[in-house]
Design a protein around this ligand. Structure first.
Ligand code: PMP
Length: 311
C-alpha cells in the first residue's frame, strides 16, 4: 500500500507529488540516509503511539551528519512533522514511518560536499517483518559487514544497504529466514537488519557498538528492559561464531523485526530448538512497552491523535 501523503520540501503533500528526478545524486550514488520508526496502535486507548521518536530522530540526524548534511531541522521538529503526517493519514493501525534525507541535486560527480540536502517523511501500514518470529532459522552469511572505515555501519546510510540486500537475498534464496553477518575480523556483528543477542548461562551477551553494528534503538531498549525488568545481566563483548552453536537462546532485535526468536542456525538447534524463557519474556514485555501499556516506560510513547495539529 502506498502512503496517502508525504512530508516533502517543507510541507505535507499528496504522495503522488513527492517525486525526484532520475538524475538525483542520491539515486545514482547512494548518498541518502534514512530511519525506520514504528507507530503502534493501542486498541483500549484508541491511540497511535510512536515508539522512541526523539531517539530515532537523534540517530537520523547523526546519520545525516556523517554524510555532511545540514537539514536545518531538529529531532523535536521532525517528531512534530511525523505526528502531523500520521494525523493526516488518519490510519488506526500499526504504522512504519520512514524519514529519508538525500542529496537532492541533479548533477554528475561523486562527493558529499557542495550539494543540497533535502528530506522527506512518509508512513505506511506495517505488520511483521520476519514472518517466523517465534522460531527463525538463520545462517551465517558468506558476506562480511561493512567496516567503519568503508561505510560507517552506525549510520543508516542508503548505499550501505547494498551490503544488507546481498546478505538477505542469499539467505532467503537458500531457504533461511534471516542471516547473521561477521565482521572482517571474523566476530559476529549483527543480522541483516537486526542487532543480535545471545543467552549463555543466564546472561545476555551482545556485540559492542564498535563491532560495526547499527546502534539500534530496539537494542538499547532491550538492554534496559533486561536489566531493569527481568533482572538479567547484559554484557557487551565480541561474540565468536561457534559460541552461537553452543548458546542457550538467541534473538534478534529491530524496529521492524521487534524481538525475533532464533531457534536454529545453519541447521543446528539453538538450546533445545525452541524459543527460550528469556526471549519469550522479552517478547511479551517489549510488545507491551511499545503499545504504551507499561506506565514506567510511557515516556517512550508519543501519542499521535491526542492533540490535533491538522485541521
Ligand atoms: N542493524 C541494521 C543494519 C538495521 O538496519 C536495523 C534496523 N534499523 C537494526 C540493526 C536495528 O535497529 P533499530 O532497533 O534501531 O531499528
Amino acid at each position: 500500500m502506498l502512503p496517502g501523503f508525504a512530508f516533502f520540501k517543507g510541507s505535507i503533500v499528496p504522495y503522488s507529488e513527492a517525486k525526484v528526478g532520475v538524475m538525483t545524486h542520491s539515486l545514482n550514488y547512494g548518498t541518502a540516509v534514512f530511519g525506520g520508526v514504528r507507530g503502534y496502535w493501542n486498541e483500549q486507548e484508541e491511540e497511535l503511539f510512536i515508539f522512541r521518536a526523539m531517539d530515532h530522530y537523534k540517530r537520523f540526524l547523526n546519520s545525516a551528519k556523517l554524510m555532511l548534511m545540514d537539514l536545518g531541522t531538529s529531532a523535536e521538529d521532525m517528531t512534530r512533522m511525523t505526528i502531523e503526517l500520521l494525523q493526516k493519514e488518519g490510519l488506526r493501525q500499526d504504522m512504519y514511518i520512514r524519514p529519508l534525507a538525500y542529496k537532492g541535486d541533479e548533477i554528475i560527480g561523486v562527493r558529499l560536499h557542495n550539494l543540497t540536502d533535502e528530506f522527506t517523511i512518509f508512513a505506511v501500514p506495517f505488520d511483521k517483518y520476519v514472518s517466523n518470529d517465534t522460531g527463525a532459522h538463520v545462517t551465517f552469511s558468506s558476506w562480511r559487514r561493512v567496516d567503519d572505515n568503508m561505510i560507517p555501519a552506525r549510520g543508516k546510510i542508503a548505499g550501505a544497504y547494498v551490503n544488507t540486500a546481498l546478505i538477505k537475498t542469499d539467505a532467503v534464496r537458500a531457504g533461511f529466514d534471516e542471516a547473521l553477518v561477521l565482521n572482517v575480523d571474523g566476530h559476529l556483528s549483527e543480522g541483516s537488519a537486526e542487532n543480535i543477542f545471545m543467552v549463555r548461562d543466564g546472561k545476555i551477551i551482545t556485540p559492542p557498538v564498535t563491532d560495526n553494528i547499527l546502534e539500534g534503538i530496539t537494542r538499547r531498549s532491550v538492554i534496559e528492559l533486561a536489566q531493569e525488568e527481568l533482572g538479567v545481566e547484559v554484557i557487551e563483548r565480541h561474540i565468536d561464531r561457534t559460541e552461537v552453536y553452543l548458546c542457550d537462546e538467541f534473538f534478534m532485535t529491530g524496529t521492524a523485526a521487534q524481538v525475533t526468536a532464533v531457534t536454529k542456525v545453519d541447521h543446528r538447534p539453538i538450546g533445545n530448538g525452541e524459543m527460550g524463557p528469556i526471549t519469550s519474556q522479552m517478547r511479551k514485555l517489549y510488545s507491551d512497552v511499545v503499545r504504551g501499556k507499561v506506565k514506567k516506560y510511557r515516556h517512550w510513547n508519543t501519542p499521535v491523535f491526542e492533540k490535533m495539529l491538522v485541521k
